[in-house]
Design a protein around this ligand. Structure first.
Ligand SMILES: C[S@@+](CC[C@H](N)C(=O)[O-])C[C@H]1O[C@@H](n2cnc3c(N)ncnc32)[C@H](O)[C@@H]1O
Length: 194
């Protein structure tokens, strides 16, 4: 069934997490005993299903605006009988208000909006929770925006570069850039001594 999802993603050009990043996050979920996950960007449910299968104590809320992908994700989640542990929301992330807190927030939606997503949901992180953001290398283009000819792609890559600069200049989170897959970033809240 996992193979079917991979085939569907490949045929329909749905971007999903790469193998190395998935195994890195899986390891972190196990090490940190993560039980609750908020995912921004479900696509067809591939990453959410893989996370939920790590162990049966894990619950996930995941948001996807594209209705075709959302419907495919619903089908996949049902096939794996994970509908009780994966709560799938079909809406734009900016329309969704979340009141719960999570051990992990996985930001994997529009790559130009990372800063807004982070600021919208950072207060939904549990005290010792982590935030992971994917595709910070954007297929090797980050750092080379000035060489990109196409205006849209250049602007997108520039936004990721600006986001990395933003992360470097803030002091709320400890930032770890992890060069696996398309480059991940792991944020942990800096504990303030009162
Ligand atoms: C990289 S894919 C997610 C892949 C998925 N996490 C996985 O690894 O299986 C990003 C998804 O985010 C969705 N997306 C982007 N911006 C969004 C927004 N503002 N609200 C809701 N979904 C969004 C896109 O439609 C796309 O399906």
């Amino acid at each position: 069934m996992i193979e079917e999802m991979l085939n569907y993603a490949s045929i329909n050009k749905v971007p999903i997490i790469d193998k190395e990043s998935l195994s890195f996050i899986t390891k972190l979920i196990k090490e940190k005993n993560i039980k609750s996950i908020l995912e921004l960007g479900s696509a067809i449910g591939y990453s959410a299903i893989n996370f939920a299968r790590i162990n049966e104590n894990i619950t996930i809320t995941t948001i996807e605006r594209d209705t075709i992908r959302y419907n495919e994700a619903v089908k996949n989640i049902n096939k794996f009988k994970l509908e009780n542990r994966i709560n799938l929301i079909n809406d734009d992330i900016f329309n969704v208000n979340i009141i719960d807190n999570y051990d992990l927030i996985f930001i994997d939606a529009a790559k130009s909006q990372n800063e807004k997503f982070l600021n919208k949901f950072k207060n939904n992180l549990n005290e010792n929770g982590i935030i992971i953001i994917d595709n910070l290398s954007f297929h090797g283009l980050v750092g080379k925006s000035s060489e990109i000819k196409g205006k849209n792609l250049r602007s997108l890559v520039k936004k990721i570069e600006n986001f990395l600069e933003y992360l470097n200049n803030q002091n709320e989170f400890k930032v770890e850039i992890v060069k696996v897959g398309d480059t991940l970033c792991v944020l942990e809240k800096i504990q303030k001594n009162i």
